[in-house]
Design a protein around this ligand. Structure first.
Ligand SMILES: Cc1cc2nc3c(=O)[nH]c(=O)nc-3n(C[C@H](O)[C@H](O)[C@H](O)COP(=O)(O)OP(=O)(O)OC[C@H]3O[C@@H](n4cnc5c(N)ncnc54)[C@H](O)[C@@H]3O)c2cc1C
Length: 395
């Protein structure tokens, strides 16, 4: 393996290039924009910076946010202290930092658009806006709007959601999350350095309708969008069927990040999976023990084992989380009510936010917690009845 072309220099591509260059390979990143304000909340979870501490230990501007408010119709809001802060970057800053790290490790960075790639007898020929480039191997990191049709995830309408919002010149201390009636998605308000990222994501609903919902929410909260920059983008959100046929690798190429559909179908978190898949892909490329076909299947296996299996399972839960009903009310409404009433449910939500609770173990933990919560509620009810004026009566 001599030259690895990394197509796309977002978090997935930049991180893969850094790893490849550190291992002594010639890695060339091709990106048409390089550091840019990609439409994104920019939130990095504890799981991400726990695994890659440089994501929190650096001089790049960022906000560390320790509190969240979650709201749902007919349940009001509940505040939650985060067990670990969410680190929020502007994407311009995050991309710039990751590209600088790649360059420092020895990767070559070229600002150009890749127009196509053709298989040669050995390796690849890339057609770019600035000419032709040859490579032995390709990492596809062109994001959710990957224009290269024969590599990476093949999108169907049901495997994506719309995400849009405004960068509002205002500030606040905590994050707001709002669930809405009949929406497989949610609204977020993320405080960033110097502005708020206020956005909405939703599946099966037009961008126009999502924008109307978001603007109604902003009006209600007194957040003005006039004069604020608008953003919109596609967010991968694979259904279970999408995960089963997901095209993440082939002979001589591996797809990473959004180009491989690697986004949490419930939260829309993609930054961690972009970097982690970039890391795993680079390890597979570096490993001399594998031939090209074996590399493709080794990567698929490693992804499934690390997190793709969990995300596939999450896809089977997503509709129930947002649109399901539990005890005559919507699941988000019940979730807020449980958080308010039960410290153990509250703790579970903190772990989900930090992504330290995999979806695959959620059912068992929920069952245990429901039993515990029921005990808590009954105990409080009993104390309230038997000892009137008991301080826990507020529950
Ligand atoms: C509105 C919104 C909010 C989000 N909020 C969050 C969040 O808060 N936290 C989180 O974890 N995730 C969030 N995500 C998801 C996150 O943005 C993505 O998962 C992440 O950007 C994926 O990184 P990537 O490197 O795979 O792709 P991208 O960041 O999309 O990078 C792809 C790169 O490829 C380049 N490119 C594309 N085509 C070509 C071409 N032909 N030639 C050359 N270059 C090309 C682009 O210029 C771009 O730089 C959000 C997504 C959206 C849409």
């Amino acid at each position: 393996m001599k030259t690895v072309a990394v197509l796309g220099g977002g978090p997935a591509g930049a991180f893969a290039a850094e790893r490849l260059a550190r291992a002594g390979l010639k890695a060339i990143v091709f990106d048409e924009k390089l550091a840019w304000e990609k439409p994104c909340g920019g939130g990095l979870t504890y799981k991400a910076y726990h695994e890659y501490p440089f994501l929190i230990d650096n001089d790049t501007p960022k906000r560390l946010v320790n509190e969240t408010s979650l709201s749902a119709p007919r349940a009001g809001a509940v505040r939650m202290e985060l067990a670990h802060p969410l680190v929020i970057y502007s994407r311009m800053d995050l991309n710039r930092m990751l590209l600088a790290r790649a360059e420092k490790a020895g990767a070559f960075i070229e600002k150009t658009r890749v127009l196509g790639l053709d298989r040669k007898e050995r390796g690849w020929r890339l057609r770019t806006q600035s000419g032709i480039a040859d490579a032995d191997f390709c990492i596809i990191a062109t994001g959710a709007r990957n224009p290269l049709r024969h590599v990476g995830t093949e999108w169907s309408a049901t495997d994506t959601m719309s995400a849009l919002g405004y960068y509002v010149p205002a500030s606040q201390a905590g994050i707001d999350i709002q669930f809405l009636p009949q929406l497989e998605g949610y609204i977020w308000v993320f405080p960033r350095c110097g502005h708020l990222s206020v956005g909405i994501c939703g599946k099966g609903e037009s961008a126009q309708s999502l924008r109307a919902r978001l603007e109604a929410y902003m009006s209600e909260r007194g957040i003005s969008w006039r004069g604020s920059a608008f953003y919109s983008h596609m967010l991968p959100s694979l259904e279970t069927s999408g995960w089963k046929k997901n095209r993440v690798s082939g002979e001589g190429w591996l797809a990473v990040g959004d180009a491989a559909g690697l986004v949490d179908p419930i939260t829309g978190e993609g930054l961690y999976y972009a970097m982690r898949s970039g890391d795993i892909a680079s390890q597979v490329v570096i490993d001399d023990a594998h031939g090209l076909i074996e590399k493709a299947s080794a990567y698929r296996t490693l992804l499934a084992r690390e997190f793709a299996g969990d995300l596939e399972y999450a896809a089977s839960l997503a509709k129930r989380v947002f649109l399901g009903r539990f005890m005559f009310n919507s699941v988000p409404t019940r979730m807020i009510q449980f958080m308010r009433r039960s410290p153990i449910f509250h703790e579970l939500m903190q772990d989900l936010f930090a992504v330290t609770q995999p979806y695959l173990g959620l059912k068992g933990r929920l069952l245990r917690y429901l039993i515990g919560t029921l005990q808590e509620v009954l105990t409080n009810f009993f104390l309230n009845r038997v000892i009137p004026g008991n301080s826990r009566a507020s529950l």
